[in-house]
Write a protein that binds this ligand. Structure first.
Ligand code: NAD
Length: 245
């Protein structure tokens, strides 16, 4: 029986690249995304479901449905996410709530649905997509930074508890990756303003973007080594050296 995986946010960017790597390894992948899941699934030759990760029942139904259908759930990638950039004094509560709903509650819903099944099976691997912004504060992205620190904390605490049940947990912390994510973050905010404010706290904004397929290969390697935090290596060394807080 093939191993199975659910990849949330799997229609695009990092999720799509991870889905491709898993399919190459013979994993039975289901892409779950609020948009483009069916067409991406057709293109990649896997299953797809339109699921909004902010909807706990929809996530639960997807996870339980897969377990009932295929008999096992091996990998749960809680990866769907959005970004908002902007001066904190100009952000609305709606910006904050949207970020908490998708980036944090979305991960909580995935964990809440998948973890008990994995404990019962005695195996499984939960991978949550955080960010370098979950280890290093991202200027002008306060709600984003808040959710990603939370995802790192959740993942590391669960990892300790889960090990006793044969379940593995990791968080991935990529730097700037070449995906549509940041295009939607705040088109009105000039890059120069982000760069200027970033410099005031001693962080330089990285211009070079890491390709999503390289991130996906790092993720698979990190999982093979059961790394707690899977940090894109070439960028991480540089990013750490930039922090002057
Ligand atoms: P992306 O925009 O290419 O992909 C995100 C996917 O999530 C999209 O397909 C989108 O439709 C989906 N999505 C958004 N809201 C959803 C919801 N409510 N329910 C279900 N699906 C939803 O961006 P990406 O860069 O591949 O982002 C994937 C993850 O990687 C995010 O969690 C992001 O925060 C994280 N990340 C990205 C970068 C980067 O520089 N791109 C860096 C670090 C971390």
């Amino acid at each position: 029986m093939a191993k199975t995986a659910i990849v949330t946010g799997g229609s695009s960017g990092i999720g799509r690249a991870v889905a491709i790597e898993l399919l190459r390894r013979g994993v039975d992948v289901t892409i779950a995304d609020i948009s483009g899941a069916e067409s991406a699934a057709r293109e990649l030759g896997c299953s797809g479901a339109r699921v909004d990760v902010t909807d706990a029942t929809a996530v639960e139904d997807l996870v339980r449905g897969l377990k009932a259908d295929r008999g096992r759930l091996d990998f749960m990638f809680n990866n769907a996410g959005i970004a908002v950039a902007g001066r904190t004094d100009e952000l609305t509560l709606d910006h904050w709530n949207r970020m908490l709903d998708v980036n944090l509650r979305g991960v909580v819903h995935g964990v809440h649905a998948a973890y008990p099944i994995m404990v019962e099976q005695g195996f499984g691997y939960i991978v949550n997509t955080a960010s370098l912004a979950g280890l290093i504060p991202a200027p002008l992205m306060l709600p984003y930074t808040t959710t990603k620190y939370a995802v790192v904390g959740l993942s590391l605490a669960l990892r300790v508890e889960a090990a006793a049940h044969g379940v593995k947990v990791s968080a991935i912390c990529p730097g700037f990756v070449d995906t549509p994510l940041l295009d939607h973050a705040n088109p009105g905010l000039p890059q120069t303003e982000i760069g200027r404010l970033a410099r005031t706290i001693g962080v330089r904004v990285q211009k070079r973007l890491y390709p999503a397929d390289a991130v996906a290969r790092d993720v698979i390697r990190g999982m093979e080594h059961d790394q707690a935090l899977i940090v894109v290596p070439s960028f991480a060394r540089r990013a750490w050296s930039l922090v002057r807080l």
